[in-house]
Design a protein around this ligand. Structure first.
Ligand code: ADP
Length: 373
């Protein structure tokens, strides 16, 4: 049986382990928090820091393969493990490029992948000299996540919100739709594309909030989206699963925002709504099995369940019983003990042929199921 490790033990790790239970594989998790969502579903749990060289190297050296559920891991340790024959999904070279938003943008540019025009600012002082580039979006090179490393700079007054660190300053796109394309690629270079999803964001928290699958796109735009996603993953030359986040503007032009080289929030609905989920797919890739069927069984909406405003502490789920009576809803609670405003505590996927029904039920879920303390 192959021994495969996951760096990080959050909800993505947990759902990956749920899918692993269907296959002959021995699973390992490295994570600092012994009470994390994935801690009790793996065969072997190791407490340790995924950003620490020694911790990652020692964890990985006896294993056949490793994957990640977050990009912020020690890449040097993964490079050493790769050199010693451990398979890493995605390759450390890909992680290096993606972890840093400057390198990531330069990668798109080098491979003629459409992305918003940008310049690099190395300090706050350099940013202040770029007034003419506004309106723009300032994105910190390393260390930002879930909207925390991103500032919208619409006018010169906003410049003070910028980062005093190496960052990307990119032109603000007149976004018509934000979409994500999940795409899988195996060691032979065979690919499988899921139908793209369409996202809406909570304007306050800047967290992915609710998401429709399939995205409503013209055939022409869909082809562009698929071609771009294929170009992103083919040029990486690494097996794995990827979420390519893109913007569609009013003219139907498509540009890449960013790519996650791993299972992703925008693929949660695939657990129930598609024949092979993103998690199932990654195991197929890592275990050398045929790629799965990405087709939708039914259209779906996925709602993130985030900690209610004004509540921090031991979580209690208000409205859970009511949501569990919705016949076409699938509830996932991640098992986090503590809630705080905006923390991702779970998600609910709703399936229906009718878009109106999807919207109706997802709004009901969002209003009803509230993690409070
Ligand atoms: P994170 O990695 O923190 O999720 P993103 O790069 O995805 O950050 O940006 C967060 C959000 O900011 C995006 O989902 C989008 O709504 C907005 N945004 C990012 N880049 C641009 C852009 N060039 N133009 C307009 N809005 C943008």
């Amino acid at each position: 049986m192959l021994k495969i490790g996951i760096l990080g033990g959050g909800q993505l790790g947990k759902m990956l382990l749920q899918a692993a239970a269907n296959y002959p594989v021995e699973t390992f998790v490295l994570e600092n928090d012994t009470e994390c969502p994935a801690a009790h579903l793996c065969h072997h749990f190791t407490k340790g820091d995924i950003k620490d060289f020694e911790a990652v190297y020692n964890f990985g050296k006896g294993l056949d393969a490793l994957t990640i559920e977050i990009e912020n891991v020690n890449v040097e340790a993964l490079e050493k493990l790769e050199a010693e024959g451990v398979k890493i999904y995605p390759k450390p070279s890909v992680l290096k490029t993606i972890k840093n938003k400057i390198l990531q943008k330069q990668y798109y540019q080098q491979h003629q992948i459409p992305t918003a025009e940008f310049i690099v600012t190395n300090s706050f002082n350099e940013l202040t000299q770029q007034e003419k580039f506004l309106p723009a979006v300032h994105k910190i090179g390393e260390g930002g996540y879930d909207g925390k490393g991103v500032q919208l700079l619409k006018t010169t007054e906003d410049i003070s919100k910028g980062f005093n660190a190496p960052a990307v300053l990119e032109k603000m796109v007149a976004i018509h739709k934000e979409i994500a394309q999940m795409i899988a690629i195996n060691a032979k270079g065979e690919t499988a594309l899921y139908p793209p999803v369409e996202m809406l964001f909570d304007p306050v928290l800047n967290l992915l909030d609710y998401q429709l699958c399939p995205a409503e796109l013209s055939t022409q735009t869909l082809y562009k989206v698929e071609a771009i996603a294929l170009s992103v993953v083919r040029n990486f030359s690494s097996p794995g699963i990827f979420a390519v986040e893109m913007f569609v503007d009013k003219n139907g032009d498509v540009s890449v925002n960013e790519t996650a080289p791993r299972v992703h929030n925008s693929g949660h609905h695939t657990i129930e709504a598609h024949y092979s989920s993103q998690f199932d797919m990654l195991w197929r890739i890592m275990l050398g099995y045929p790629l799965g069927n990405t087709e939708a069984i039914l259209p779906s909406i996925m709602v993130n369940i985030v900690g209610a405003d004004g509540f921090s502490g031991d979580v209690k789920y208000e409205g859970l019983e009511e949501v569990l009576t919705i016949e076409n809803a699938f509830v996932h609670l991640y098992g986090k003990k503590q809630t705080k405003p905006g923390r991702k505590m779970g998600h609910v996927t709703i399936l229906s042929k009718e878009k109106q029904e999807l919207i109706h039920q997802s709004n009901k879920v969002k209003r009803t199921l509230l993690p409070k303390a």
